[in-house]
Write a protein that binds this ligand. Structure first.
Ligand SMILES: Nc1ncnc2c1ncn2[C@@H]1O[C@H](COP(=O)(O)OP(=O)(O)OP(=O)(O)O)[C@@H](O)[C@H]1O
Ligand SMILES: [Mg+2]
Length: 569
């Protein structure tokens, strides 16, 4: 029996609920691109003290003594003044495949190509869904992308430049003010899109690791595989797409296929799709022949790779083994949420050390990183003043405490702007003043998104492990210590967690969201879940040793004080 990361019982299937397409399958693209020159960061063996460099999968022998997952370890200082990142979207005319669950840039109220905000999944079991209807349209109609400096109000032409009426919003005629506010709102909403960003902040190390893989393996025609993991909204897809665009010219000789596996009807459909794209026949064995025949290197990117789960994981095994076939010319990049898909879900890979992919984990964004991302967008729209900086900080703190999901943070800010815009429209013409989005709007959206619980919780500075997740881990430890079983029903865990939250005056999440947080913890390799149709009967257990929890949480103080106090009454 192959050993898993923590020697917990091996889960035979990927624990992600299937997300199925309602959109027709998107065709993978062969990329053609622009140039890029980057320093080559070395691919290093997996280090447990740093989240980003590529690293070979740990051997089975090392798995029983699990070091804290990389994402749980101290992040590099958040980008207060991030170095200028090369823009990644201006030339991104080639639209990369999107998941059917994601809205496009256009749907998102902006025309930026390649937008992947996630849509709701039907089940609360999704780690992506935190009780938030992301399907709701962000704006009522398509937006015009006129730069603010070029916008002209009809009234403006009639008003001499330099007139105090133009400079002082309070003195503007109501129609002028409303028009100006409308376009300001639109440009801010557009800047807060969750499509492919123009600048990727706080992901320099991860980008360097991906570039290094492309340079050292793909461009050197060395067959290899890379598995990229990370919670939703941590920039995995954006980073990879950005680099593929950046290195388009260098990769011109490489046959590049990017497939979002959520577009597939079944996991086996991947073989049909690849055969079609590579213009080969003969099914799986035909593909295998093609990939081992002389020819250019093939770079296959499988986003949302966890969708390829199948009975006995034969599809995933087959694909992960392709690069290691004799004379293979395949480089594979797989992307999914689970930190340990390759060693927990695919134990057979452990038995074949030469087939182990390099690993790259994207940790959740810290409060400061989220704030930087939002502020950067506002700066881009020349609208720093429109969203109060305290509101931005508040949103960043709340989101980092729960999930560290940039998509969610941007969505919340955009909704707050929409709320302020709606309020502005209701104003009578004699109510003047520059429209601003402040704490009240953000608090309101947050409480709609996350419920009232967000009101009082705090997220520590530089936090890389969201507070709510930490509390859940502490509660599971407490319950396990107080009982006989190592497995705890979600209902029981939620009950203890709610009591702990009220004792500590932290707002608690509901049971549905508690399950979603448990799934995020599962994707971090800390919890394991045995699903049940009834959420409260889902069994939760620790996948790491108790003694490793402290290390994983990186918060000895919190853990110590909660454990010392015992089960909350
Ligand atoms: N570092 C960043 N800088 C700027 N914007 C970002 C950054 N990270 C994420 N975003 C924004 O969040 C959006 C979602 O990111 P992305 O699609 O890359 O997440 P993901 O990790 O692939 O999530 P999932 O697992 O749900 O697919 C991006 O399209 C972008 O708008
Ligand atoms: Mg993605």
């Amino acid at each position: 029996m192959p050993r898993t990361r923590s020697q917990a019982p091996v889960q035979p299937t990927i624990p992600f609920p299937r997300r199925r397409s309602c959109r027709s399958a998107l065709q993978p693209k062969t990329l053609q691109s622009s140039n890029a020159t980057e320093a080559k960061p070395p691919i290093s063996p997996r280090r447990t003290d740093r989240p980003s460099p590529l690293s070979p999968v740990r051997g089975a022998a090392t798995q029983s003594r699990l070091p804290s997952p990389p994402s749980l370890l101290p992040r590099r200082p958040a980008a207060q003044n991030p170095p200028p990142t090369p823009p990644c979207s201006p030339n991104q005319q080639a639209r990369l495949p999107l998941s059917p669950r994601k809205r496009t840039g256009d749907d998102n109220g902006c025309n930026v190509p390649c937008s992947p905000p996630k849509l709701n999944r039907p089940s609360l079991a999704s780690p992506r869904k935190l009780g938030f209807d992301e399907n709701q349209p962000a704006s009522s109609g398509p937006l015009k992308l006129t730069p603010p400096c070029q916008r002209r109000s009809p009234h403006r032409q009639e008003t001499p430049p330099g007139s105090p009426v133009l400079n002082n919003p309070e003195k503007k005629p109501p129609a002028v003010r409303l028009f100006a506010d409308k376009s300001r709102f639109q440009s801010v909403k557009q800047a807060l899109h969750t499509a492919m960003p123009e600048r990727l902040l706080s992901r320099e190390e991860e980008q360097a690791s991906i570039r290094s893989f492309l340079q050292d393996k793909v461009l050197q025609n060395v067959p290899a595989s890379l598995y990229i993991s990370g919670a939703p909204g941590t920039g995995k897809t954006a980073c990879l797409n950005c680099i593929l665009q950046e290195m388009k010219a260098e990769l011109a000789a490489v046959k590049t296929l990017v497939v979002n596996c959520m577009t597939l009807r079944s996991s086996h459909a991947i073989f049909r799709l690849l055969a079609q794209q590579l213009k080969t026949s003969g099914g799986q064995s035909g593909l295998q022949r093609f990939l081992t025949a002389p020819g250019p290197t093939v770079l296959l990117v499988l986003d949302e790779m966890d969708q390829l789960d199948s009975k006995a994981q034969d599809v995933l095994y087959t694909i992960f083994e392709w690069p290691y076939l004799p004379r293979s010319r395949l480089c594979l990049i797989g992307i999914a949420n689970a930190l340990d898909l390759t060693d927990r879900i695919l134990p057979r890979l452990q038995a074949q050390p030469h087939c182990r992919p390099l690993l790259l984990h994207f940790p959740p964004y810290s409060r400061q990183e989220l704030a930087t991302i939002i502020q950067d967008r506002l700066l881009k729209a020349s609208a720093e003043g429109m969203l109060d900086s305290s509101a931005v900080q508040f949103c960043a703190r709340k989101v980092s405490a729960v999930s560290g999901d940039a998509r969610k943070a941007l969505d919340i800010c955009r909704r707050a702007v929409e709320a302020a815009e709606a309020a502005e429209r209701q104003k009578t013409s004699n109510q003047s003043g520059e429209a601003k989005v402040g704490l009240p709007q953000v608090v309101r959206v947050l409480s709609e998104v996350y419920g009232d619980r967000m009101a009082s919780q705090s997220g520590a500075e530089g936090e890389s492990f969201p507070l709510q997740q930490k509390l859940l881990v502490c509660c599971l430890l407490l319950v396990i210590r107080s009982g006989k079983s190592r497995e705890v029903h979600l209902g029981k865990l939620h009950e203890v967690y709610s009591r702990l939250c009220s004792q500590r005056q932290v707002s608690a999440v509901g049971q549905g969201e508690c399950l979603a947080l448990c799934e995020l913890l599962e994707s971090r390799g800390i919890f394991a879940l045995k699903k049940n149709k009834e959420a409260r009967l889902t069994k939760v257990f620790l996948k790491i040793e108790e003694k490793d929890v402290e290390n994983a949480l990186k918060d000895r103080t919190l853990l110590g004080s909660i454990l010392a106090a015992g089960l909350p009454s």
